[in-house]
Design a protein around this ligand. Structure first.
Ligand code: FES
Ligand SMILES: [Fe+2]
Length: 483
C-alpha cells in the first residue's frame, strides 16, 4: 500500500494560494468552447482553478487570453460571454480592447501624467483543440498540442470526430468537498462495482477488463461494454468508454453508443467546496431520445459520486486521522495525481526559502505548530544555515519520501572529495546534473549552503532531494565520515 496525501490537505485553507501558484497558474485547463464566442469578435469569461480568465477573439479571428482582472483596482472585469469589441470594467468603466490594451479610463484626461498607453491586461496562453478552448495562465506555457500529446489520437480511436461535435448543454454542479477529492474520485473505478450499480451493469469494471493508463500530462481509463450490458443503448460509433483526466483538473468522458463527448473542469471554491461544469457534445447522428438517455445515465453516476465524495470530505475533516492508504495498482492514477500535487508544492517551496516543505508542513503551520526550519536552493547566492532537530528531520523526510526513493549512500571514498568542513564546488553526489537540488542536514545543524557548494560538518547525515524533472523528485541519503 502507498502512503496517501495527508488528510489535512483536503481541509486546510492555507493551501489555496499554494495550489493556485503551484498548480493552476501553470497548467492548461478547459474553459469553454468556440460557440460561446459567437460568430465574430467577442469574449468568454471563465476560471482556471480559482483564477478568473477571459478569452477574446478579434475581428480577424485571433484568439487571446488574459487574466480577467482590471488593472485599475483589481475588479473582475468580464462576465459570461458576449459578441463585443471591448471589455468594460463594471467598477469605474475602464475599457479595454480585445487585444487587452486599455483604451479609455473615465476622467483620466483630468489627471496629470496619466496615460492609458502601456496599460494592458495581463496576458495568458490560449489554445484550442477542435471546438474546445483551453487557457494556461502562464503566458510562456508550452503549446497546448504538446501537452495534449496522444489524447486527440485516443479520442479519434474511440470513434469521436471532435470537429463534427455540436454543443448540447452545460451541466453545472457543486460538491461540498475539496477539489482534490473530486479529482481522485474520478481517477479510480475501484468504487464502481460497489457504488455505481447502473454503470457497472453496462461497463465491465473488473480489474482485468477495465484499463488504467498514465500519460505525461493526462491519464486514461478504458471500460469495455459488458456482454449483455444494460442501462444504455450502446449501438453506435463508440464501442468502448474512455475517461480522461488532463492534469490538473479537466475531465473528459466518452460513453459507448452514439458519438458523445463531455468535458469540464473541477474548480476549487474554498477548501471544502468544489464547483464544476460539464459541457456535453454529441455527433449529428445522436438522436434526442438517446441524448436524454445518456444524460440521465451519466446524471445518476454523478449523483452517486457526489454522495461518495461528500462522505469522504466529512471523514477526512475530522482531523483525528493523519492519512489513509492507497492501493498501488487499482488506485495508481491517484498515486500519480498526489505525486504531482506534492511536486508542485515542492516547486514553489524551492523558489521561496521562507515557505514550508510541503502540503503537510503548510498544514502544520496553519494549525499553529512550530515551523520547520531550513531548506534552500543552492543556486541562491549567499549561504544559509540548516538547523533541524532529528524529529523535524524525520518529518521533512516523510514529507518527501512518499514520492522519492531513498538510497543509503555511505562510502568514505565517494565522500572524500567533500570532506567534512570542505566546500563542494559541484552538486553533491547523487544529485545528478540538475541544478535544482535541495539539501537537508540530518540530524546535526550547520550545513552551510552557498552558491558555490556545501560545507559538510563532521559525521553529519544529510539528504539530497533532487529534481531531475519537475515531477520526478528523488533523494539520496549521504553520510560524510567523521574526521
Ligand atoms: S477596478 Fe476596474 S475600473 Fe476601477
Ligand atoms: Fe464514481
Amino acid at each position: 500500500m502507498s502512503a496517501a496525501l495527508e488528510w489535512s490537505a483536503y481541509t486546510d485553507p492555507s493551501l489555496q494560494a499554494l495550489e493556485r501558484e503551484g498548480i493552476f497558474a501553470r497548467a492548461w485547463q478547459y474553459v469553454g468552447h468556440f460557440a460561446e464566442l459567437g460568430q465574430g469578435a467577442g469574449y468568454v469569461a471563465g476560471r482556471v482553478g480559482d483564477i478568473p480568465v477571459v478569452v477574446t477573439r478579434d475581428r480577424t479571428g485571433l484568439l487571446r487570453a488574459f487574466l480577467n482582472v482590471c488593472r485599475h483596482r483589481g475588479s473582475v472585469l468580464a462576465a459570461g460571454a458576449a459578441a463585443r469589441e471591448t471589455l468594460q470594467c463594471p467598477y469605474h468603466a475602464w475599457t479595454y480592447g480585445l487585444d487587452g490594451a486599455l483604451r479609455s479610463a473615465p476622467r483620466s484626461d483630468r489627471e496629470a501624467g496619466f496615460d492609458c498607453e502601456g496599460i494592458s491586461l495581463r496576458p495568458a496562453s490560449v489554445g484550442a483543440w477542435g471546438p474546445f478552448l483551453f487557457v494556461n495562465p502562464d503566458p510562456d506555457a508550452a503549446p497546448l498540442a504538446e501537452v495534449l500529446g496522444d489524447l486527440p489520437g485516443l479520442v479519434a480511436e474511440a470513434g469521436v470526430d471532435i470537429d463534427e461535435l455540436r454543443h448540447h448543454a452545460r451541466a453545472e454542479s457543486t460538491v461540498e468537498a475539496n477539489w482534490k477529492l473530486v479529482a481522485e474520485n474520478f481517477l479510480e473505478c475501484y468504487h464502481c462495482a460497489v457504488a455505481h450499480p447502473g454503470f457497472s451493469a453496462l461497463v465491465d469494471v473488473s480489474p482485468d477488463a477495465y484499463e488504467l493508463a498514465l500519460g505525461d500530462a493526462f491519464s486514461s481509463q478504458f471500460g469495455p461494454v459488458r456482454e449483455n450490458g444494460s442501462g444504455l443503448d450502446t449501438e453506435g460509433e463508440v464501442a468502448r468508454s474512455q475517461f480522461h483526466f488532463l492534469w490538473p483538473n479537466t475531465m473528459i468522458n466518452i460513453f459507448p453508443g452514439r458519438t458523445n463527448f463531455s468535458i469540464g473542469p473541477v474548480l476549487p471554491a474554498g477548501p471544502e467546496r468544489t464547483e464544476r461544469f460539464l459541457d456535453y457534445f454529441f455527433g449529428s447522428e445522436a438522436e434526442e431520445g438517446w441524448i436524454e438517455e445518456l444524460l440521465e445515465f451519466d446524471g445518476q453516476v454523478g449523483a452517486e459520486d457526489k454522495v461518495l465524495v461528500e462522505n469522504v470530505q466529512r471523514g477526512v475533516a475530522t482531523g483525528l486521522i493523519e492519512r489513509g492508504r492507497l492501493l498501488p495498482e487499482s488506485e495508481r492514477l491517484i498515486v500519480d495525481f498526489q505525486r504531482r500535487v506534492q511536486a508542485r508544492a515542492s516547486r514553489r517551496r524551492s523558489s521561496r526559502p521562507s515557505s514550508r516543505w510541503s502540503l503537510r508542513q503548510l498544514s502544520k503551520r496553519s494549525r499553529g505548530k512550530a515551523p520547520l526550519r531550513s531548506a534552500s536552493r543552492t543556486a541562491q547566492p549567499g549561504s544559509l544555515s540548516c538547523e533541524q532537530s532529528p524529529k523535524r528531520q524525520v518529518e521533512a523526510n516523510a514529507a518527501t519520501s512518499s514520492n522519492v526513493c531513498s538510497r543509503p549512500w555511505e562510502t568514505s571514498q565517494s565522500c572524500s572529495s567533500r570532506r567534512p568542513g570542505v566546500s563542494s564546488t559541484s552538486p553533491p553526489p547523487g544529485s545528478g546534473s540538475s541544478s535544482r537540488w535541495l539539501v537537508v542536514c540530518r540530524p546535526r545543524p550547520s550545513l552551510a549552503i552557498s552558491a558555490t557548494g556545501i560545507t559538510v560538518p563532521p559525521a553529519s547525515w544529510f539528504t539530497i532531494v533532487d529534481f531531475p524533472t519537475p515531477d520526478e523528485p528523488s533523494s539520496t541519503t549521504v553520510r560524510c565520515p567523521a574526521r
